[in-house]
Design a protein. Structure first.
Length: 495
């Protein structure tokens, strides 16, 4: 008996009577959906690698990777904190700088110690060398920081300690040894000279594509469903964000400048030429946020909008979902001030007509802060809703992530059937999870009717998939008839 993997045995050319066992792959009945709540954040920080996506799942992860939060509109930690409070839980964060940032340094007994990352957080790193009280030839080097944590290394020489730090992928500092290495001795030093540089320009946030990606382009292939250049309000970047979002299946959350007017916002959007379901543009009515580190801060509405969407299933809209942590806006003022300026119907109509969303209070459901429109920048009524962008990207990315296994297979009725089975199974699972409404809301065609021999002879296989989404209740009309002369019908309503 011989065991073969599926495809290795030509059963039409067997000549020896025997038992032949073919191991076949388990049948794929459906594709697992891709993450629909992962948020890509591009921003500034006081610590961390530059131009490299970092996985963040909680505030502790963010602080360990990027240092203490800063009182800046572009701060990564602030964006993550806000989005976490709305229900998001999965981030890929990219730090950007203007190039003038510097690493903190210090010298201890002639040994140069340098923070592994640039930024002002490095100035709080303390390096302590202590001598063992029992084995006096042994020393302990402790690197400590109130937010970044502590690292400990043991050795009898500076060479040993330097090698241990170099081998530690989580090290906070690196040691540079002189030509003549001094003997170890007890001592303490606090690093200094670390700087964050100035606020980066828009070009640093959008970054560059290619072999060495940076900024927004560092988020390529990270599986992010949502993306934001935190605190960037430059309208010249909106079409670039739209192109990136379309290519990556990412819903980009952009914003206008703080204190903007409705007329200027509409004019800027028109001048920028952004008209795409890949971009959600938030009006420049920035929000007051009570930060646990920096107190009351005026922040962009981007992280609030991205956070609420990141915590919702992809068929959902951000419309009318209650937001947490907002203590006021530029238009309404701080809640504690007692101001109550709200948007009129005319103002909201002007914003939504221009394809611009806004966060305000009250919302249709009550006196709370919420995304008021649930729209993107598309001028097409069929594609201008949050749910269209997110669900279209979700289905497309799910198919893209799993259907590639069929490439290279022999084109046959079996292949057509397998393709149909996987696609139908995937869409059926979406019905079961509530992403789609019913089994009658989708159809898949992949057979000889749409794959003629003239096409398959050239290696082409086509699957035509139609999916009907569930609508979003945007305009809820209740017809009320009252009066003593009204005749009330109590019939059972149709389902």
């Amino acid at each position: 008996m011989t065991i073969y993997q599926s495809g290795q045995l030509n059963t039409n050319s067997l000549t020896v009577p025997d038992l032949y066992v073919q191991v076949q792959r388990p049948q794929t009945l459906a594709l697992n959906g891709v993450p629909s709540g992962r948020i890509g954040v591009v921003g500034t920080a006081a610590w961390g690698p530059v131009g490299t996506p970092v996985i963040v799942g909680a505030m502790g992860d963010c602080l360990s990777a990027f240092g203490p939060k800063q009182a800046l509109a572009t701060d990564i930690g602030t964006a993550v904190n806000i989005a976490l409070l709305q229900g998001a839980a999965d981030f890929r964060c990219v730090r950007v700088t203007d190039g003038t940032d510097a690493a903190a340094t210090g010298t201890l007994d002639g040994i140069s110690l340098t923070a592994i990352h640039t930024g002002s957080a490095g100035n709080a790193i303390v390096v302590i060398v202590t001598q063992d009280t029992i084995i006096t030839t042994s020393y302990t080097l402790t690197v400590t920081h109130a937010v970044l944590g502590s690292r400990t290394y043991r050795g009898a020489t500076w060479s040993t300690l330097a090698a241990a730090m170099a081998a530690d992928g989580t090290a906070l500092v690196r040691a540079t040894l002189p030509g003549t290495v001094p003997a170890l001795a007890a001592g303490t030093i606090t690093l200094a000279g670390g700087t964050d540089g100035a606020t980066p320009g828009t070009a640093a946030f959008t970054g560059t594509d290619g072999v060495a990606r940076s900024g927004m382009y560092a988020l390529r292939g990270q599986g992010c469903a949502l993306g934001l250049l935190h605190g960037v309000s430059d309208s010249t970047s909106w079409t670039t964000q739209a192109a990136f979002g379309l290519g990556e299946g990412m819903y980009m959350i952009a914003c206008g400048p703080a204190g903007d007017t409705i007329a200027n916002a509409a004019a800027q959007k028109a001048a920028a030429g952004v008209d795409s379901y890949a971009v959600k543009l938030m009006f420049g009515d920035w929000l007051w946020w009570d930060d646990d580190t920096n107190g009351s801060m005026l922040v962009s509405p981007q992280a609030f909008a991205a956070g609420i969407l990141g915590g919702l299933s992809p068929e959902q809209s951000g419309l009318n979902k209650e937001l947490s942590g907002v203590i006021g806006s530029q238009k309404a003022g701080l809640v504690s001030s007692g101001q109550a300026a709200t948007y009129s119907t005319a103002e909201l109509s002007a914003l939504f007509g221009a394809g611009i969303d806004v966060i305000c209070n009250p919302a249709p459901g009550g006196s709370y802060w919420a995304v008021r429109g649930g729209i993107n920048t598309s001028s097409d009524a069929d594609t201008d809703d949050d749910s269209y962008t997110r669900l279209t990207n979700y289905i497309a990315e799910t198919v893209n992530a799993g259907m590639g296994t069929f490439v290279g297979a022999v084109i046959s009725p079996t292949l057509f059937g397998d393709i149909r089975a996987v696609l139908l199974g995937t869409l059926s699972n979406m019905v079961g999870s509530g992403v789609l409404g019913a089994t009658t809301d989708y159809a898949v065609v992949c057979d000889t009717t749409n794959n003629p021999q003239s096409a398959t002879a050239l290696g082409y296989v086509r699957a035509d998939v139609q999916v009907r989404y569930q609508g979003i209740n945007r305009f809820f009309v209740v017809n009320l008839q009252g009066g003593a002369s009204v005749t009330v019908s109590t019939g059972t309503p149709a389902a």
